[in-house]
Design a protein around this ligand. Structure first.
Ligand SMILES: [Mg+2]
Length: 281
């Protein structure tokens, strides 16, 4: 029997590109007591984190597999309800969902690729990040072997290699009868997105990076809490939650909206802290 498929762990994501994009905060006169803070604000750089399922891609890679070659849509929805009600943890439920699969990795990947739709503006957005040398990282509760293969399929290996993925790993038997998530940490979510972003912020070589987070679901809230600027896919749960709780955010329909906003960020907006310090309950 061949060894199981294991995506080797990657180093932490803040692999900064040479000469990253700099937000020029200028040198307008400021009160003396703000001078020190102002000095610290010089040359702040952008660091982007994005969710994967439902954000870069319109569907959920796990759902596609569970519904077609695992527990089925009805059971999957019942299990999702258990997470929502707090009856069981995301981690426990996910282990049951992934454990229900009976399909080899390669065949599962073909099914996913056949059903997934990428955000129509994502390729252009990521090309823009590469050109501007803005680090773009994926932060996900999904399984890294799937995410990596899907990115390479949709972006090409050359472009995809510039994206770091912070997510759970997996061990999958060759015959596809045993799918086992390898959780990133010991939390009930299996992956504490907030902790990962805090680590990235601390590890960044840049001084006080501007953290941008892009997401679609409630599971993105811990990550959103760490963001300086939050983008929420319009009409989905994260967006609704932000409205219900008066959380500063920017809704988006496609990554073209995000690109436009990133281009528009000015020193005045950074100083006003319009989108900063998302106050989550
Ligand atoms: Mg999502």
């Amino acid at each position: 029997m061949s060894p199981p498929i294991v995506d080797s762990p990657e180093l932490f994501p803040t692999k900064l590109l040479e000469t990253p994009m700099v937000i020029d905060l200028g040198s307008d006169s400021e009160p003396e007591d703000r001078k020190e803070h102002q000095d610290q604000d010089q040359d702040r750089e952008i660091l982007i984190f994005s969710d994967f399922d439902g954000t870069i891609f319109m569907q959920d890679t796990g759902h596609i597999l569970f519904d077609s070659h695992g527990c089925g849509a009805d059971r999957r929805k019942a299990l999702d309800a258990q997470i929502s009600s707090g009856e069981r943890s995301f981690r426990k439920v996910s282990e049951e969902m992934w454990g229900s699969l009976d399909i080899p990795f390669g065949k599962g990947l073909e099914i996913i690729k056949g059903q997934l739709e990428i955000d129509p503006a994502f390729r252009d957005f990521h090309a823009y990040c590469l050109k501007q040398k803005i680090p773009f990282n994926i932060i996900s509760a999904g399984l890294k072997p799937i995410l990596r293969a899907v990115l390479e399929e949709f972006l090409g290996a050359e472009q995809a290699k510039h994206i770091d993925i912070i997510s759970n790993d997996a061990v999958i038997s060759e015959d596809g009868t045993a799918w086992k998530p390898i959780w990133r940490d010991d939390t009930p979510h299996g992956h504490d997105k907030a902790a990962s972003i805090k680590q990235a912020r601390a590890a960044a070589t840049m001084s006080r990076p501007v953290i941008v987070f892009i997401g679609d679901g409630v599971s993105d809230l811990p990550g959103a809490r760490e963001a300086d600027i939050l983008f929420a896919r319009r009409g989905l749960r994260l967006h609704e939650y932000c409205i219900e709780n008066n959380i500063p955010h920017i809704p988006f329909d496609t990554f073209a909206d995000i690109k436009r906003e990133i281009q528009r960020i000015s020193k005045e907006e950074i100083r006003s802290k319009k989108y900063f310090n998302v106050p989550l309950p």
